[in-house]
Structure formats: structure tokens, C-alpha cells
Design a protein around this ligand. Structure first.
Ligand SMILES: NC(=O)c1ccc[n+]([C@@H]2O[C@H](COP(=O)([O-])OP(=O)(O)OC[C@H]3O[C@@H](n4cnc5c(N)ncnc54)[C@H](OP(=O)(O)O)[C@@H]3O)[C@@H](O)[C@H]2O)c1
Length: 328
């Protein structure tokens, strides 16, 4: 994309999204919530997904209060629990929602404040990897067919994966995705985000090879912090001390509502291409620009190993042939 086309995007004036329907994971807080709010404001139908009924209800109410007339539904889904993902995805496929089509999905949910010691999920997977990467791999497998069905000459459905600047700051051990040989909170986060980015790029390659008309795009929100984010009851209510502390980080941070800008552009800008990587202009803050992913996450060998590890751990392969047929 040319520089002038890149600069032509105004996050405050999104193209109308009437008639489109998007699903966002981890929608009750942070970047996920503000992504939903912006989509709803642009006229899209939004399925806000989260693991806690109470938090989801609070976010739903907040969004409806802030965006009068918004078209919003909620979907309970714990992305660290494959059973919960399958049940939620089945209800999307089964047409239990107001709109029968799904134009895009944002793989946003994530453990950001990672535990100090290695934790495992009910089915024995390392928690951070299971939530941030593996869960979205499973959700992608479950939703690729309905996404493909929504393709048309005017719109290629999209999935957006949430990467991170941190992927440039740490080494990655693709042979130990679950950190069985050595765990630290920081390593768990960085590795999970390298995995997310690698999966997003590998999905792009596999979708193209199989002729599936669905785009896979990666976006990161820079350094977006709660204390610089508007107060929204039930969604973002930081204490005064946090707001003061976060204000000290003003030169290199932004609010989560601005972090959502790169995600939104990756999801709806018609100029964005599958396999693109989008993030804030000044890396940690600013308007969305096209960037390059870290060399580790774009390494074909890392991507392949990660994809195969997710297939093995989940027992799932993406039904790409079925998706290609569904799109015809
Ligand atoms: N903020 C940044 O600077 C930054 C930078 C780089 C990347 N990112 C990525 O952007 C995404 C959003 O970050 P954020 O700052 O908005 O984080 P956040 O405010 O902590 O929100 C995280 C969201 O994920 C949800 N979540 C966590 N575990 C879940 C699970 N098992 N099932 C379903 N939902 C789950 C949380 O729900 P609960 O409220 O129920 O916990 C919450 O809605 C994450 O993927 C993060 O890695 C953020």
C-alpha cells in the first residue's frame, strides 16, 4: 500500500459497516471492548464475547449506553477451554444470532498480566499459551467455514490476530511451546505472542494455498494502558493512583481506545491485505500503519512447527477444503 493510501485512513471517521457482523473475543475490557464500540458506532452488528457473564453484561450495557442504537449481542466463551469454544462456535454456526453471516473475527482475548508460576488449564495446557494462541487456533478452525461463506465480490471476510511489540524483545523456543523446560511470566507472554503472530502468518499462507477467500491479518495495539483510557463504568475504572502512574508514561503510551485503532483498520480497511501486520505509527502509540512482524514470528520453520503443535495439542485441523467449497 502506498504511503498516501496509508495516511488517508482516519480512525475517527470509519467507513460505514452497516450490514456487516463481527465477533470479538475478550470484549468485556480493554482493546476488545473499544474495538466493539468503534465497530458498533460505524454501524456493524457486534458479537461481544467473554468468559464472565457479569463482566460481559456490564460491557454490553456500557456499549449500548455510549452508542445509542448499537446492534450488539453477547456470547459466553472461555478461550482457554476448548469445550467452551466449540459450544460457542456451534451457536454461531447454528445461526442462533441475529445475523446469519460472519464477516470477521478478532482474536483479542489474552492473559496480559501473566502468572508468576506456570499454571495449567483444566485440560493440562500451559495457561498463557492456551489462552492467547491455542484457543484462537481452535476458534479459527471452528469458524473458518462460516467466515468463508460470507465472502462476496465486495468483501473478503477477515480474522485479526493480536500480536505485540514484545515479540521483538525476547528469544523464542518453538520446541517448548508450553514452557515445560523453564517458565517465567515474561517469557510466557512473549512466546505466546510470537506464537499468535506466527499462526496468523501461517493461516494466511494456508488459506491462500487452499483457495479459501478469508484474510488473516495481524495487528498490535502498541503500549495501551488502562490509566490513559476513558473511564467506562463496568469496563475501565482505574484507581486514581493508576491514572497518575500511567500519566507518567504518556510519552510512550496511549489509551486502549487508541490501541483499538490498529485492530479496527486491520479488520475493515478494504486496502489491507491478508498477511499484513499493522500497528501504531510510533510503535507504542499513534495511528495505524503497516509494519513488519518480528523475524522469529515470520520464520517459515517456526510458523510450520507452531501450526503443527497446535494441531497436535487440539486434535484439530482447519477444514480448509470444506471452507473453500462453502465459499463457492
Ligand atoms: N494493551 C497493550 O498494550 C497490548 C500490547 C500488545 C498486545 N496486546 C494484546 O491485546 C489484547 C487485549 O489486551 P488488553 O490490554 O485489552 O488486555 P485486558 O484489558 O487485560 O483485556 C483482556 C481481555 O481478555 C479476556 N480474557 C482473558 N482470558 C480469557 C479467557 N480465557 N477467555 C476469554 N476471555 C479472556 C479478559 O477477560 P476477563 O476480564 O474475564 O479477564 C479481557 O476481556 C491481548 O491479546 C494482548 O496480548 C495488548
Amino acid at each position: 500500500m502506498s504511503i498516501s493510501a496509508q495516511n488517508a485512513w482516519d480512525p475517527q471517521q470509519l467507513p460505514p459497516q452497516d450490514g456487516k457482523s463481527f465477533l470479538v473475543t475478550g470484549a468485556n475490557a480493554g482493546v476488545g471492548y473499544f474495538t466493539c464500540e468503534q465497530l458498533a458506532r460505524a454501524g456493524a452488528h457486534v458479537i461481544m464475547s467473554g468468559r464472565s457473564p457479569h463482566k460481559l453484561q456490564a460491557a454490553h450495557e456500557a456499549l449500548e449506553a455510549r452508542v445509542p442504537g448499537a446492534s450488539v449481542e453477547t456470547l459466553l466463551m472461555d478461550v482457554a477451554n476448548p469445550g467452551s469454544i466449540r459450544a460457542a462456535a456451534a451457536s454461531v454456526r447454528g445461526g442462533l444470532f441475529q445475523r446469519s453471516r460472519l464477516d470477521g473475527v478478532v482474536f483479542n482475548a489474552g492473559v496480559v498480566h501473566t502468572p508468576k508460576t506456570r499454571q495449567i488449564t483444566r485440560d493440562g495446557r500451559e495457561l498463557v499459551f492456551a489462552t492467547n494462541a491455542l484457543g484462537h487456533f481452535v476458534l479459527g478452525a471452528e469458524l473458518i467455514v462460516p467466515l468463508a461463506k460470507a465472502s462476496s465480490p465486495r468483501w473478503t471476510p477477515r480474522m485479526v490476530w493480536l500480536g505485540s511489540v514484545s515479540t521483538r524483545m525476547g528469544r523464542y523456543a518453538p520446541d517448548d511451546v508450553q514452557l515445560e523446560k523453564g517458565y517465567s511470566a515474561w517469557k510466557a507472554y512473549v512466546q505466546s505472542k510470537v506464537a499468535v503472530q506466527a499462526l496468523g502468518l501461517e493461516a494466511d499462507a494456508r488459506l491462500r494455498d487452499a483457495g479459501v477467500p478469508v484474510d488473516s491479518v495481524i495487528a498490535h495495539p502498541g503500549y495501551s494502558i488502562g490509566g490513559r483510557t476513558p473511564i467506562v463504568k463496568g469496563v475501565n475504572e482505574p484507581r486514581l493512583m493508576k491514572r497518575l502512574r500511567d500519566t507518567l508514561q504518556t510519552p510512550f503510551s496511549q489509551g486502549k481506545e487508541r490501541g483499538a485503532d490498529s485492530v479496527i483498520r486491520a479488520l475493515i480497511d478494504p486496502e489491507v491485505r491478508s498477511g499484513d501486520y499493522w500497528g501504531p505509527r510510533m510503535l507504542t502509540r499513534g495511528g495505524p500503519t503497516m509494519q513488519r512482524p518480528s523475524s522469529t514470528s515470520s520464520d517459515p520453520e517456526v510458523r510450520r512447527k507452531l501450526w503443527e503443535a497446535c494441531e497436535e495439542l487440539s486434535g484439530l485441523t482447519w477444514p480448509l477444503d470444506k471452507a473453500a467449497k462453502a465459499a463457492r
